[in-house]
Ligand binder design. Structure first.
Ligand SMILES: C[S@@+](CC[C@H](N)C(=O)[O-])C[C@H]1O[C@@H](n2cnc3c(N)ncnc32)[C@H](O)[C@@H]1O
Length: 196
């Protein structure tokens, strides 16, 4: 290699080492999810997030898990409002990256942890509050994990019920966007409804 070519190659390497250019080269881009997410990302409106946290009576000594955390808004709000520890889990690396950026922007890195995980593999025993915005069938699929939680834990779900389990409260939220949303609250141990 001539000296000129060597210099050019080194200059290119140095350029690619710069963070902005690494992203341009595709190196910092999130990879594809390990499997297809069970539901797409649709964010819970902020006014509904507030009601979910209030209904679950989230306090400083709670540990909140958002199963399928999207952009991290629920765990960030829990940390900011209650000062509690909160974990967000999402299977999609794009959502994990977005959540981590939002955690940083909101200065809650000391309280909030974001992990790329399939929610159906999680041990929920360390959580005291679970937040959900999934689908009715996915809420039902989570029952075996939720049943292992200690007594007195709260589970709140935006929009969707959990067939076969009686909620303690079903609240209707009149949102700023003009729509009404339902929020369900259950407490552990879960109260199973009798099969008809
Ligand atoms: C409807 S969004 C709710 C986002 C957030 N919880 C909120 O309420 O704003 C559902 C999220 O679940 C994630 N998701 C879907 N299947 C999942 C799985 N098996 N494990 C972890 N996350 C999953 C999606 O990537 C998406 O971000």
């Amino acid at each position: 290699m001539t000296q000129r070519r060597l210099a050019m190659a080194l200059a290119l390497l140095a350029l690619l080492a710069a963070p902005g250019l690494r992203a341009w080269a595709g190196e910092d881009e999130p990879k594809a999810p390990s499997r297809r997410p069970d539901v797409h990302f649709v964010p819970t409106p902020h006014d509904v997030v507030e009601i979910m946290l209030r209904l679950a009576d989230v306090k400083k000594d709670d540990v909140v898990y958002d199963l399928g955390c999207g952009d991290g808004r629920i765990v960030i709000a829990a940390a900011k409002k209650a000062g509690c520890k909160a974990w967000g889990f999402d299977i999609d690396p794009i959502r994990v990256k977005e959540s981590l950026e939002n955690v940083k922007k909101n200065n809650v890195g000391d309280l909030v942890t974001i992990e790329e995980k399939d929610i159906f593999t999680l041990d929920l025993s360390k959580a005291s509050v679970i937040t959900l915005y999934l689908l009715p069938s996915l809420n039902v699929k989570l029952i075996p994990q939720l049943e292992k939680m200690k007594p007195g834990c709260r589970i709140v779900s935006h929009a969707f019920d959990m067939r076969g389990v009686k909620p303690d409260v079903v609240a209707t939220v009149a949102c700023k966007d003009g729509n009404e949303r339902k929020v369900y609250l259950w407490t552990t141990p879960l109260k199973k409804e009798k099969e008809e």
